[in-house]
Design a protein around this ligand. Structure first.
Ligand code: NAP
Ligand code: HEM
Length: 373
């Protein structure tokens, strides 16, 4: 992360094409963003406490004192941690009217009563503060692996200031997403700290059903034979019970994906309009359909894989051998029963067809595919 010489700096900067951007702070994030800005044709000026000792600065950028750097640009990116924001107060006069971009994050959700961006705005009155870039990592900026995080959430009270920052975001090949006024900064600052925020409810639903069905199978297939007949069938847990739980929960989840749509249609018909809000519970349910569908598909996959390993199980092989030995001992050949041949082939064939339709449903639910078809 700290070594720039390994990275080919293809700086095709044409100062006449793009403006100058000032970055306060020559840490990881400041340098990475500066590097990306230089690549995209901006002139980059760093404001640092030690302008002469910064040796990892991307080639082509200038490092000056904070005051000198601030005078070179109307946009200043504050790549400094919130704890050090008071150092900006002496520069209030120079920063008046400038656009200050707050990129900072915190270590905990809702760590402070006031968002970092609001704190910055209150410390440097007269500056136009815009929150942006905090969901982009220094590593992604530097290595160019921005595919997963192309969206840059931003907010601010000044429309023109926001537009100027959005212009920079776009020219870096990223997508700006305006989240509104600076009041939204607190939420934006929480984004990087939320692990799969849209997955919380679907996760609880899936885990709940999986545990419920597993316990049901455990009681009936392991505990019940143990208590009533002193028979140890605990070996069923690893594959037999798992292979029962996954397809059953998968079908329940599939039902949960389509059920809210039916409820929504009934509500719309009953109300005679589609322009009224659904109840909160239905809203939340509708919003997690995609996740439930994905888990349903994953569980169906697991069921297919578990089914494939059936023939190599010791328990299955033992029964096959036992069956053969029983025929030898009794000197009989059990008859080939057409009925059972049809039955076993039918359910495996139906399983394969079912799996095919599952995958088809999953693929056609992708927006890009459904738009094309
Ligand atoms: N790293 C990431 O991936 C990432 C991603 C998104 C957002 N951010 C945010 O970007 C900001 C910078 O992060 P970073 O990773 O670059 O941190 P960092 O490597 O620790 O750099 C912070 C920089 O702030 C300056 N600084 C430190 N103490 C200071 C003080 N007392 N007064 C004035 N300036 C001081 C220093 O620059 P000088 O020595 O040049 O003065 C230092 O290099 C943070 O707010 C962070 O939350 C980081
Ligand atoms: C490659 C595709 C599939 C194959 C080869 C297959 C095969 C099988 C087999 C052999 C069983 C019996 C397992 C046992 O008795 O231990 C079974 C059970 C079952 N399968 Fe599939 N299946 C497939 C896909 C699916 C799909 C996509 C679903 C729907 C989610 C599904 C739902 C079920 C259900 C609900 C059971 C009954 C579970 C139980 O109560 O034991 N199967 N399948």
């Amino acid at each position: 992360m700290d070594e720039y010489p390994n990275i080919p700096l293809q700086v095709h900067s044409d100062p006449t094409k793009r403006g100058t951007v000032c970055i306060f702070g020559t840490g990881d994030f400041g340098r990475s963003l500066g590097y990306k800005l230089l690549q995209c044709g901006y002139v980059v000026v760093f404001g640092s406490r030690n302008p002469n000792s910064s040796n990892l600065i991307p080639r082509g950028a200038e490092v000056l004192s904070h005051a000198e750097a601030a005078m070179k640009s109307s946009i200043i990116i504050i790549a400094i941690h919130r704890e050090h924001y008071d150092f900006l107060m002496p520069f209030s006069d120079i920063l008046k009217g400038k656009i200050l971009v707050d990129v900072s994050n915190n270590l905990k959700i809702n760590q402070y009563p006031k968002s970092n961006a609001e704190l910055l705005a209150s410390l440097v009155t007269g500056a136009k503060v815009v929150k942006a870039f905090n969901t982009v990592s220094a590593w992604a900026l530097q290595s160019g692996t921005l595919d997963a995080s192309r969206q840059v959430f931003l907010c601010g009270d000044e429309a023109k200031a926001k537009e100027a920052v959005m212009e920079i975001v776009r020219s870096l090949g990223l997508t700006p997403l305006d989240q509104g006024s600076l009041l939204a900064a607190k939420e934006i600052e929480n984004y990087p700290l939320q692990l799969f925020p849209l997955w919380r409810l679907p996760f609880y639903i899936c885990a709940g059903f999986t545990i419920l069905v597993f316990l049901y199978c455990l009681i009936f297939e392991v505990f019940h034979p143990l208590v009533t007949g002193k028979e140890d069938t605990s070996y069923l847990i690893m594959i037999s019970i798992a292979n029962r739980v996954f397809p059953i929960v998968s079908l329940i989840l599939l039902a949960l994906v389509y059920l809210p749509g039916i409820f929504a249609a009934i509500i719309q018909l009953y109300r005679g309009t589609k322009y009224s809000r659904f109840p909160d519970w239905l809203d939340k349910w509708m919003l997690c359909r995609k996740q439930l569908g994905l888990v349903a598909l994953a569980y169906a996959f697991l069921h297919a894989i578990y089914t494939l390993v059936m023939p190599i199980r010791y328990y299955v092989r033992w029964w096959v051998e036992y069956y053969i030995k029983a025929q030898i001992k009794s000197n009989t050949t059990y008859p080939f029963l057409n009925y059972y041949a049809w039955l076993s082939d039918s359910y495996v064939a139906l399983g394969i067809l079912g799996f095919f339709f599952y995958v088809l449903l999953g693929i056609t639910s992708l927006p890009s595919v459904s738009n094309a078809v």
